[in-house]
Design a protein around this ligand. Structure first.
Ligand code: MG
Ligand code: MG
Length: 256
């Protein structure tokens, strides 16, 4: 069962999405050489709570923080840490979720610390473009895996343009979102068009491609959370929570 929201409920989700957008903007503004990922987490939690919202990641299956901070070869679910100090040229993805009035928002961005290498810059941009291609397919009457196919196709096209074969991280993907953070359906970041559940007005889906400079294989570290590329190459991750409306995709976590 995929949760269907009324327009008023989507408005409430937009309010939650805006808290996430503002939090990510504040955190990104703070990404600098010498800052620890724990400091970024503190700022995120404060920003979310100041907005009257609840950090949805904190305590989720025991996760200890309000953001995931995934640096370089870390793909997703990195645990903020006082000892992880950002250095020039690091590539960091920040994933953030908040609950406002019972509704969830979930979004992630990837940014550089100082100046990125051209390869890392292109990797992040390819990932963002793949997300945008997926978002475009979040329309009524389409099928879920139209989104998957669009993400996959955009990643391949970007790779051809950039002269790299990007890895599309295989074991993770997007998800339905609404009264919970992770709901049906699971959204793979690759797939066949015209397949999967029909997309209907009132559905909301978190669309979140993860690309690497190498393999699509990943491993989970002993901390039980941090997911890294199996070959140690760098990865990027972008995410928006998107509602399907009569007027097309509504990016609930986009900045104002
Ligand atoms: Mg997320
Ligand atoms: Mg998500």
């Amino acid at each position: 069962m995929i949760e269907i929201k009324t327009h008023a409920q989507l408005e409430a989700m937009r309010a939650a999405g805006l808290v996430v957008a503002r939090t990510l903007a504040a955190v990104v503004d703070h990404v600098k050489v010498g800052v620890s990922t724990a400091e970024l987490d503190e700022l995120a939690e404060q920003t979310i709570r100041d907005a009257g919202a609840i950090p949805s990641f904190k305590g989720y299956n025991g996760f200890p923080a309000s953001i995931c901070a995934s640096v370089n070869e870390q793909i997703v679910h990195g645990i903020p840490n006082k000892k992880q100090i950002l250095a020039e040229g690091d590539l960091i993805s920040i994933d953030c979720g908040a609950i406002l009035d019972g509704w969830h928002g979930d979004s992630a961005v990837t940014v550089g610390v100082g100046e990125l290498s051209p390869a890392d810059q292109k990797l992040s941009e390819a990932t963002r473009q793949s997300m945008l291609a997926g978002i475009e397919m979040a329309v009524p009457g389409g099928r879920l895996y139209d989104i998957s196919f669009a993400i996959e196709s955009a990643a391949i096209e970007a790779g051809e343009r950039d002269g790299v074969e990007y890895g599309i991280v295989a074991d993770y993907g997007g998800h339905g979102i609404g009264t919970k953070m992770h709901m049906d359906p699971f959204l793979p970041n690759y797939g066949k068009p015209g397949k999967g559940p029909k997309l209907k007005v009132g559905m909301a889906i978190a669309i979140e491609p993860m690309l690497s400079l190498g393999t699509d294989d990943s491993n989970e570290l002993d901390d039980g959370w941090t997911v890294v590329t199996a070959d140690g190459t760098r990865a990027a991750h972008w995410e928006h929570s998107v509602a399907i409306t009569e007027d097309g995709p509504w990016v609930l976590t986009a900045p104002e």
